[in-house]
Design a binder for this molecule. Sequence first.
Ligand code: NAD
Ligand code: ZN
Ligand code: ZN
Length: 339
Amino acid sequence: MTPVPKTQYGFVYNTTSGLQLNESLPIPTLKPGQLLLKVEAAGLCHSDLHILYEGLYCGDNYVMGHEIAGTVIKTEQDEAGAYKIGDRVACFGANGCGNCEFCRKGNDNDCPNAFYNWFGLGSDGGYQQYLLVKNPRNLVKIPDNVDFAEAAAITDAALTPYHAIKLAKVNPLTNLLIIGAGGLGTNAIQIARTFGAQITVLDKKQKALDIVKKLDPELKAYTELPEDLAKGSFDVILDLVGAQQTFELSEKYVKSKGIIVPVGLGASKLTFDLSNLALREISLLGSFWGTSQDLVECLELARQGKIKPQLHTISLKELPKAIEQLRNGQYEGRTVLIP
Ligand code: NAD
Ligand code: ZN
Ligand code: ZN
C-alpha cells in the first residue's frame, strides 16, 4: 500500500457557516471493499453556486466538489473488485447503491439510496486531496488519452447534457436549441453534434459564444435569438440556465409536440403557461446528471476525440477565487481545480 498522510486539506460546506478551508481533515481508514483516491482534478460546477448562495439544498457538512477524477492509491487487498493501485478513474457522482430497483434497471442516477449522498453533494467530494470511495462500482476507468482535468469535467459537465440529449432522443432530424454555453453547454454542443442534430446556441455572454465559434465556426450562435426567428422553431430545447426568462423563451420557441429539458437549476421554481403547454402538447422532461453507463459512453466519446471539454485549471487552494469569478461571469467553459 502507498503510504498516505493522516490529515489533508479540503473545503467543507456547512449550511450555517458556508464553505471553509480545513487544513486538518482526517484521511479515513478503509473498510473491506473500500478504496482511497488521490484526487487529481475536481471541476467547479454552477450548481455549487446555487448551493452556496441561492439556497439549493443538497445535504449538510461535507466536502464539496462533485466532478472528480483521481488515482487509486490504496485498496483493502483483493476486496476492491476491478480496481488496483495506480488506476486512473473518474467518479460516478450520483453514487448509486447498485442493488436497488433503479440501479438494477440501469437508472443509477435516480438511486433513492444515494439521495443527498452524492459525491460532493451531501457526501464528501473532490475539493480535498484524498477521497474515500465506499462503493467502487461508482468508478469508471479513464482512457489513457484523456487527462484528469478532462475526465473530471466529463463526469458532470459532459455527462449531464449527454443524458439529457439521450432522454430527448435527439437525432439528425432534431432542430435543437441549447441555451447556455458554459461548462455544460460547450460539451452539449459537441455531444449534440455527434448525435447529428441541427444546433442553435444562445448565450447572453459574447465570450461564451467566441469559444463556441472556435468549436464550430459554422454554428448558429447568438446572444439574442434573431427577431425573424419563427415561434415554434425547435423540436428540442436544452435549457442549461433554468431561469424563468429562459423557460418562457423555451415555451415560445419550442415546436408543438416538442420537448423542453430544463437542466439548469437557475430558479428554485418555474411557472409555465398551462394552456400553451397543454394545447400544443409540449413535453417537459426532467433530467438529472447521468447514469454510470452514460459516463462510460462519454469517456469513450472523449477517447475518440468527439468530446473535448473546454476548460482551464487552477490550484484547489484558489477555489474561493474561482467561485468569485464564476459568480461574476469571468470564466469560459469549465474551471477545474487541481489539489
Ligand atoms: P455555467 O455558469 O458554466 O454556464 C452557464 C451559461 O449560461 C453561461 O455561459 C452564461 O453566460 C449563460 N447564461 C446565464 N444566464 C443566461 C440567460 N438568461 N440567457 C442566456 N444565457 C445565459 O453553468 P454550468 O456549470 O454549465 O451549469 C448550468 C446549469 O446546469 C446550472 O444551473 C447548474 O446548476 C445546472 N446543472 C444541472 C444538472 C442536472 O443534473 N440537472 C447537472 C449539472 C448542472
Ligand atoms: Zn454539477
Ligand atoms: Zn440504487
